[in-house]
Design a binder for this molecule. Structure first.
Ligand SMILES: *[C@@H]1O[C@H](CO)[C@@H](O)[C@H](O)[C@H]1NC(C)=O
Ligand SMILES: *[C@@H]1O[C@H](CO)[C@@H](O)[C@H](O)[C@H]1NC(C)=O
Ligand SMILES: *[C@@H]1O[C@H](CO)[C@@H](O)[C@H](O)[C@H]1NC(C)=O
Length: 401
């Protein structure tokens, strides 16, 4: 982990006086680590486990009692030893044991001297405790004055923490983005951007450029206009899940950017890359895809914009889906497939041989459309299912006869 290398574990290794116990602690950490084989999230997980083990007496208790009798007894004690109360955040705190940090450092002090917290080489476990103290002091979320000064402490916070904050300053956003660069902070960055935008903040070009170095989980927080300013490579880095929360206007912008980014590729590579963005494609874009014989899957088809899909003919949809056409039957009652079916001639639908129902009986096209669309737009008045597709068919049959 990047953070780990950025913070030398001086507090653990550089203290001859507390060395033996701390080395034991460290050793115990490695035992746990190799057992659980959690190389990645090791520190946090292990810290949590150590705490739990010493509190609830689970499987480790016997072993702990042997290896760490002092530590075990210590965690049961709560009061700060005389003379150890912290009045300033400095290097001395590095040599505090974890329970001492918990007992002797006030959340208010941490909030006041957060810059010093960042300057002292605390271990992960110690930071974990300091973070908890700060959270207890601000159960409703950190005030903006503190957020502004967080700097590297930002790396300790979770997206859930951030969602409690008010962030109105672009300078704050920029400084926290700077700190997050090159770390696994995508979710925190997304939350930060969301909070800033919710508060009415505007992102400038510099900030949008800075955002390009993170996984774009924040994309759907941006307005269509902001998206249009995003660098091309942001779109290239977007994963399908990054687009889940985007609305049609955002998707239209993103589709356009993705199309420009990928259009030089071979047809099959292009389709693979453009697929997550097709919710923003227009009818003409879809017709262009048809020319390339792309076999669109029904899952992608379902996510197309209704307005883009409706004008496609039965023959076009047949080509668009290719061998995946059969999947339409299962979707025949769901939007947007249902809306599309309502627009087609039943005889055309029949030619697909899938048993799709609800098309326009022969000879009704012009007369029928607006009535049917009104009905399809208000299915709740008529109840779900096929009832409302049967009614117009009957009415029209009567009219014709
Ligand atoms: C955010 O702002 C609202 C409205 O001003 C305020 O009620 C709330 O306490 C603030 N939250 C934090 C964490 O500062
Ligand atoms: C596509 O290829 C052309 C010519 O090879 C090149 O000029 C253009 O910059 C490329 N476009 C993109 C988006 O890569
Ligand atoms: C698409 O398929 C048709 C018929 O199979 C073929 O004639 C045409 O060349 C194909 N087009 C492309 C771009 O592969």
């Amino acid at each position: 982990m990047a953070l780990q290398s950025a913070r030398p574990a001086l507090g653990v290794l550089g203290t001859p006086t507390h060395g033996s116990l701390l080395l034991l602690l460290l050793g115990f950490r490695w035992v746990l680590l190799s057992r659980a084989q959690t190389a990645d999230t090791g520190q946090a997980v292990t810290a949590a486990r150590l705490r739990r083990a010493s509190q609830d007496g689970s499987w480790q208790r016997a072993e702990l009692a042997v290896i760490l009798p002092r530590a075990l007894r210590s965690t049961e004690k709560k009061a700060c030893p005389p003379g150890k109360e912290a009045h300033v955040v400095d290097e001395n705190l590095v040599f505090y044991e974890e329970w001492e940090l918990d007992a002797c450092v006030e959340g208010a002090l941490l909030a006041e001297q957060i810059d010093r917290v960042n300057a002292v080489p605390f271990t992960y476990q110690q930071l974990d405790i300091l973070k908890r103290k700060l959270d207890q002091f601000y159960p409703q979320g950190y005030p903006e004055s503190l957020v502004r000064q967080l700097s590297y402490f930002f790396l300790e916070v979770t997206p859930e923490d951030i969602h409690k904050w008010n962030v109105t300053s672009l300078e704050t956003v920029k400084s926290l983005l700077q700190v997050s660069k090159g770390r696994k902070m995508d979710a925190q960055v997304a939350a930060l951007i969301a909070r800033y935008l919710v508060g009415g903040g505007q992102l400038d070009k510099v900030t949008l450029d800075m955002l390009a170095s993170f996984h774009p989980t924040y994309l759907c927080s941006l307005s269509p206009e902001q998206l249009s300013f995003m660098q091309q490579d942001v779109v290239e880095a977007a994963r399908p899940q990054d687009l889940d929360a985007c609305g049609p206007l955002q998707m239209a912008v993103l589709y356009h950017k993705a199309h420009v980014a990928f259009c030089n590729m071979s047809a099959s590579a292009y389709f693979a890359r453009i697929k997550p963005f097709l919710g923003g494609a227009s009818t003409d874009d879809l017709r262009a895809l048809i020319l390339h014989n792309t076999s669109m899957d029904v899952a992608t088809f379902k996510k197309l914009r209704k307005e883009a899909l409706l004008p496609l003919t039965v023959a076009e949809v047949q080509k668009l889906l290719g061998p995946n056409l059969e999947g339409l039957k299962a979707e025949e009652r769901n939007s947007p497939v249902r809306d599309w079916i309502l627009r087609q001639r039943q005889s055309d639908l029949d030619s697909l041989g899938l048993g799709l129902r609800g098309g326009i009986p022969n000879g009704y096209l012009v007369l029928d459309l607006s009535f049917r669309e009104a009905l399809s737009g208000a299915p709740h008045l008529l109840g779900p299912g096929s009832a409302f597709t049967v009614i117009p068919t009957l009415l029209l049959a009567l009219v014709l006869n």
